[in-house]
Each structure stands twice: as C-alpha cells, then as structure tokens.
Write a protein that binds this ligand. Structure first.
Ligand SMILES: NC(=O)c1ccc[n+]([C@@H]2O[C@H](COP(=O)([O-])OP(=O)(O)OC[C@H]3O[C@@H](n4cnc5c(N)ncnc54)[C@H](O)[C@@H]3O)[C@@H](O)[C@H]2O)c1
Length: 368
C-alpha cells in the first residue's frame, strides 16, 4: 500500500462513501459494500502487526462493538490509556511506545486509533515517531473526531500546559466512520463536536452557515452532515498539506479558543475542546468585525445559534489569565496573528491583533 494516502469510509444506512486519498485523489460513491470494503483493506495488511489504541472509555464502549462488527484485524495488540486530555503527554507517549516495544512491533506495523480526538492526536504522533513512522488508521468515535480531527494528519501532545505544542503531520492510511459509535457518547461531549462543523460552514460560505444555523441538534449527528464538513477540510488540506498558508484558515476560533481551553484546565471544571472553540469563535467574530468589518448580523446570527444549541455554555474568562497562553501561540509573529473572517466564506489568515483589541472584545457584550 502506498504511504501518504487516506481512504475515508463513511457508512450510512445504504451507502458507502470512499474518499480515495485525502490529499489528492477523487471521491468514489459505491452503493454497497460498507464494512466489507474496510475489511478488504484490512485483509491487505495481513502481514502487518497491528496495535489498537483505545482510552478507558472507548475500550469499554467502542472496542466490543468494533470487535463484534469485525472491523479490527483478528490479531492485534490492544493498548488502553486513561481517558482525558491529560493523556496527550510525553509520559503517555513513552508508556505506549514501551508497550509496543515489548510486544515486538516492528516497522511493518499499523496503529489503529479507536477513539476521539485525544486518541487520534496521541496515536498519530506515536505512529509518526515509532521506528521513524509506521502506518496509521483511525476509527473516530466522537463527533469532533469524525467531523474534523481524524483527517488532515495533524497530531500532537500538550506540553507545559500548552495545547499541541509538540506534534507532526502523519496521515492515516484509512479512516472508518460509523456514526453509530456516537450512541454511547454523553450529550455534552457529542454536542461539543458541532463546534468544528459550524466552523467549517463559516469558512465555506454564507449559505452553508445559514443552512447550519437552521438545523436541529440531531441533524449534526448524521453521517452526511459529518462527511460534508470533512470534504471541505479535505479540500483545504489538499491545497496546503504543510499548513504554511491556506490551511491556517482552519485555525479560526482556535487562538482564543485554545487559550480558554488551556486556562480552563487550571479550574475545577474544565471545558471540552469543542466548547472552548465555540467560545473562541464568539470572541474571534468580534475581532473579525473590528479588524475586517465582518457584519454585525453574522455576529448576531452566530450568537442566536450558540444560544439555541448551547444554552448552558458559559465561561467567565479574564484576558489577563488568557494572555500567557496567547503569548505562546504557534502563529505569533511580531504580535498575535489570528485567522479571522471578512464574512462567511471569506477568511483571512495572519491578521495582526493587538492586546488592546482582545481586551475590548472581552469587555463588550457578547451578542448573546
Ligand atoms: N488533529 C486535529 O486535527 C484535531 C482537530 C480538532 C481537535 N483535536 C484534538 O481533539 C481533542 C478533543 O477531541 P474529543 O472531543 O473527541 O475528545 P476525547 O477524545 O477526549 O473524547 C471525549 C470523551 O469521550 C470519550 N469517548 C470517546 N468516544 C466515545 C464513545 N463513542 N462512547 C463513549 N465515550 C466516548 C473519551 O473517552 C473522552 O472521555 C483535543 O485534544 C483537540 O486538541 C485535534
């Protein structure tokens, strides 16, 4: 199998979508096959050793289903790490690598990540460094991971309290998406995945954003909706795989969002990644208005959407507490650089944002 190619298998009731290579290839639509096509792909790996990486929750809720549906290779080494963002750490990388080493996994191995964004980020990083790179596949089990994190090859661990400070780009060979995994996810975690989906629509067009704003919550859990966002991300990443230009539009909402997320880990009740990004987009839309003239009506529309879907999501943040995190943002260059929006469908990367503007947008009423 060629390296650097990703197949995405998305299963709905009666159709199977296969994206042949996330970076450059075409999309095929087949009307039959479903799991069989994935199994066929797995069967090509018979001479490979396989390791399946789960966290404690996906081991309990998803691994039995994956086994029962035979979407994992018959013979595999299972590694389970503690659930939660804290596992995106060097210590956890070392522990997993040790287990792979003890199990005698060689260069001809494949690591299958069965989990949410945490597992895919951790597993992707390990697949990149183990023996200078082994094959990787994802079976995403959260909405956030299905709709975003599983595709594009970015991985990473957190370092000294800062999100994704260490990582690489290592593409999965294949991604198996089955929205039925969402059935065991709690409502709060499931809903948080809508963050990256609404972000994709804001980056896409006003029509896409309008349409998404009218959807009921459950519509976001539909495979077609999930794949629509992935297809958009695929289009962007194929044009700028190394994240040197266009791909940075995907960071919209993430400068402030990551700072809020990191700061929330110092509190008793932390935010989920998606929740922090939803808040980040709220503030970055305000900055988009200040710097790029994004219309107030878009800000209000986002506010209405936010209030409808996340009526209880609140976070009292002080800019002084966020600045230490913003100061270490990877995108900084002679000041804070953010990806903002002129309007939906018209993002701009590298906008220089002053600390004063950040203070201002935190003082203003957040159009909720
Ligand atoms: N690499 C990327 O492109 C990218 C993009 C966006 C986010 N991320 C990263 O993704 C992470 C957040 O992802 P997430 O929201 O999926 O978090 P997560 O992986 O921590 O999952 C959230 C919780 O749900 C549990 N869980 C997962 N699937 C389950 C299931 N089907 N049933 C029951 N419980 C289940 C997990 O054990 C965990 O407790 C962050 O670390 C973020 O930085 C990466």
């Amino acid at each position: 199998m060629d390296s650097g190619k990703t197949l995405v298998f998305g299963c709905t009731e009666s159709i199977l979508l296969i994206y042949d290579d996330s970076i450059t290839m075409m999309t095929q639509l087949l009307e039959y096959g479903q799991e069989e096509t994935w199994r066929l792909w797995l069967s090509n790996l018979e001479s490979y050793s396989c390791v399946v990486l789960c966290d404690t929750n996906t081991f309990q809720h998803c691994y039995p289903k994956a086994q029962a549906e035979q979407i994992l290779p018959q013979h595999h080494q299972l590694i389970v790490v503690p659930a939660g963002e804290a596992s995106k750490s060097f210590e956890q990388v070392v522990q997993v690598v040790e287990q792979m080493h003890v199990a005698g996994l060689g260069k001809k191995s494949i690591l299958i990540c069965l989990g949410g964004g945490m597992i895919c980020d951790l597993g992707g990083f390990i697949a990149h460094i183990y023996m200078r790179g082994i094959q990787l596949a994802h079976i995403p089990t959260t909405l956030l991971c299905m709709a975003d994190a599983c595709l594009g090859g970015k991985n990473g661990i957190d370092f000294q309290g800062i999100k994704n400070q260490i990582g690489s780009i290592h593409h999965p060979e294949a991604i198996w998406i089955n929205a039925a995994f969402l059935n065991t996810l709690d409502e709060r975690t499931k809903k948080s995945g809508i963050a990256e989906m609404i972000k994709h629509t804001l980056l896409q067009s006003e029509d896409a954003f309008d349409h998404a704003c009218q959807l009921p919550v459950n519509a976001f859990y539909d495979t077609r909706q999930i794949l629509a966002g992935l297809r958009f991300k695929q289009k962007i990443t194929e044009q700028d795989e190394a994240d040197l230009g266009l791909r940075q539009i995907l960071n919209f909402g993430h400068s402030i969002g990551h700072a809020i997320e990191s700061e929330s880990y110092t509190r008793e009740k932390s935010l989920l990644h998606g929740e922090a990004i939803l808040l980040g987009m709220l503030y970055e839309l305000r900055l988009s208005h200040l710097y790029l003239g994004c219309s107030m009506e878009i800000l209000r529309q986002y506010g209405r959407f936010f209030k409808k879907i996340f009526p209880d999501l609140k976070f009292e943040a002080r800019v002084d507490d966020l600045l230490p995190y913003l100061n270490r943002d990877k995108k900084n260059n002679q000041g804070y650089r953010m990806s903002l929006l002129k309007n939906p469908g018209h993002p701009q990367t590298g906008v220089l944002v002053s600390a004063e503007a950040i203070y201002k947008c935190f003082q203003d009423d957040l159009f909720l």
